[in-house]
Design a protein around this ligand. Structure first.
Ligand code: GLC
Length: 479
């Protein structure tokens, strides 16, 4: 059993912008159940400071050098279900309205990583394994192995680096190497951290970690190809024998239609049909949709980005509007997609509703009330919404990519098998065909629909299996 420190840029219940936060909120506690000692470190964003500061203890105060100035660091901590969470506090860098998207993001996350490295020394807490996630933490293995190579407390740490989304890489100017990260230009000259004339946090993490993982087996294969590799496929191919694809799970206690406090009518596999209709009526009332328990309700809960397949959807708006369905869309993201969704609602009052923003409780009610969950992603490292949907008896309609391919079994009308619907190519005609089929099965083959709902609800979407695989991975690094 190992001492593990997870380093990430977001995690529930403290802060969330995407699926990474779900993973950081649930995987550590599963690993604790398996006997590991797991701690997590996150930046102290404004929202975290506002909502959780009162329960935190100050653990350490020190400085790190950024741009040749000594910059203060405060480390705070609190516990969640046997997992200790640390927070790196610097009001200038992190207490802003948003988490990402600033001109100085490189400097902010260089500071974060440097603060984490020095935190180990300050607390005299040296984990056996550091498990870093996404570009914000990619330089940590480099800093341990190169910057602190003289210090065996750092040198002995083994590193796991998990890619949640290769599309965001953290590429910055080379000057940061010295001014912010305190690393030698040699690492640029020899190519180790170099990318396109600058440096890449993501590339560095991939090269320097002892093991690299991503969040589904299919995505782990896809990213070795130019189509999905985001220009890092060559680097990933170097590491392909150390690259594992481990599918995410969800917290099945939190996501449970039998007890979910955010939904009005609880249900299980036996009473799902009746109770889903009751949830549907309640949601229709809440959102101003036409009240009808028999109409097929399609849910979308998503970041509104190109990744999630919205351009495909926008190619077929008139066809979708003509279908005998209702649509409930929740999310925020690219301005052009938000605008389109607003127009869609405007022209289809009572049939289509768009909630622009992030609203966790409403997300629960959409999962519970919908019949179909729409997720035609262009690429999808794992995807979490389709797992939640299946647990809520809401059949996912997905494109067969990444984790969507690994977790959703398509309907087979002859064998009466499947847990949802899927199509292969990123092509809007294929998408519409399978949507039409889903509509047809819902209205004309209710017995088949019932079987699919039962199959979906029977799927094991928990962390159990994946947590065991992470344990095997850690055991290779720390026997
Ligand atoms: C990213 C990916 C998503 C994955 C999540 C958690 O948000 O886009 O597919 O489920 O990370 O790993």
């Amino acid at each position: 059993m190992a001492r593990i420190l997870m380093v990430a840029s977001e995690g529930l219940p403290f802060i969330k912008s995407g699926g990474l936060a779900d993973v950081i909120g649930s995987l550590p506690q599963e690993l604790v159940k398996k006997g590991h000692e797991v701690r997590v470190v996150l930046p102290m964003y404004l929202k975290i400071a506002q909502n959780f500061h009162d329960e935190m203890q100050l653990e350490a105060q020190y400085t790190v050098s950024i741009n040749y100035h000594e910059v203060p660091v405060n480390i705070w901590s609190t516990m969640r279900k046997d997992v200790k969470f640390y927070f790196v506090e610097h009001r200038g860098y992190f207490e802003r309205d948003n988490m990402y998207g600033y001109a100085d993001d490189g400097e902010r996350f260089a500071y974060f990583q440097k603060a984490v490295i020095e935190m180990l020394n300050q607390l005299n807490y040296f984990p056996e394994i550091m498990h870093c996630h996404d570009w914000h933490t990619g330089m940590i293995p480099v800093m341990c192995k190169e910057g602190h190579s003289f210090d065996e407390r750092y040198r002995n740490i083994r590193h796991v680096y998990t890619i949640h989304n290769l599309a965001y890489q953290g590429n910055f100017g080379v000057e940061m190497l010295d001014s912010c990260l305190g690393l030698d230009y040699r690492l640029y000259d020899n190519g180790n951290v170099r990318y396109d004339g600058g440096i890449s946090f993501m590339k560095s993490g991939i090269l320097y970690a002892d093991k690299v993982t991503t969040v589904s087996p299919t995505y782990s294969q896809e990213i070795l190809t130019p189509q999905f590799g985001e220009h890092l496929e060559m680097v990933l191919n170097i590491r392909k024998y150390d690259l594992w694809g481990i599918t995410n799970g969800i917290d099945i206690e939190y996501w449970d239609p039998k007890s979910d406090p955010d939904i009005p009518y609880h249900y299980n596999k036996v009473n799902v049909k009746k109770q889903k209709e009751a949830n549907k009526l309640a949601l229709q009332k809440e959102l101003g949709l036409r009240e009808d328990p028999n109409v097929m309700l399609v849910g979308v809960v998503s970041r509104l980005t190109w990744q999630k397949g919205f351009y495909l959807m926008m190619e077929k708006l008139s066809e979708i509007c003509a279908m005998p369905i209702q649509l409930a869309i929740l999310g925020s993201g690219e301005a052009s997609i938000e605008e389109k969704m607003r127009q869609l609602e405007e022209g289809n009052k009572g049939k289509i509703v768009f909630y622009n923003g992030y609203n966790d409780a409403l997300a629960h009610r959409i999962y519970a009330a919908s019949d179909l969950f729409f997720m035609p992603s262009l690429f999808e490292p794992c995807g979490i919404s389709q797992l939640i949907s299946m647990r809520y008896g809401t059949l996912p309609l997905v494109r067969e990519t990444g984790g969507l391919k690994d977790t959703v079994t398509p309907y087979n009308e002859f064998e009466k098998s499947g847990t949802g619907f899927s199509f292969a190519n990123y092509n809007s005609d294929e998408m519409i065909n399978v949507m039409n089929n889903a509509v047809h099965v819902y209205y004309d083959r209710p017995e088949d629909w019932k079987i699919l709902v039962r199959n979906a609800m029977n799927c094991d979407v928990s962390w159990e299996r994946s947590a065991n695989t992470y344990c095997q991975l850690y055991a290779q690094l720390h026997p």
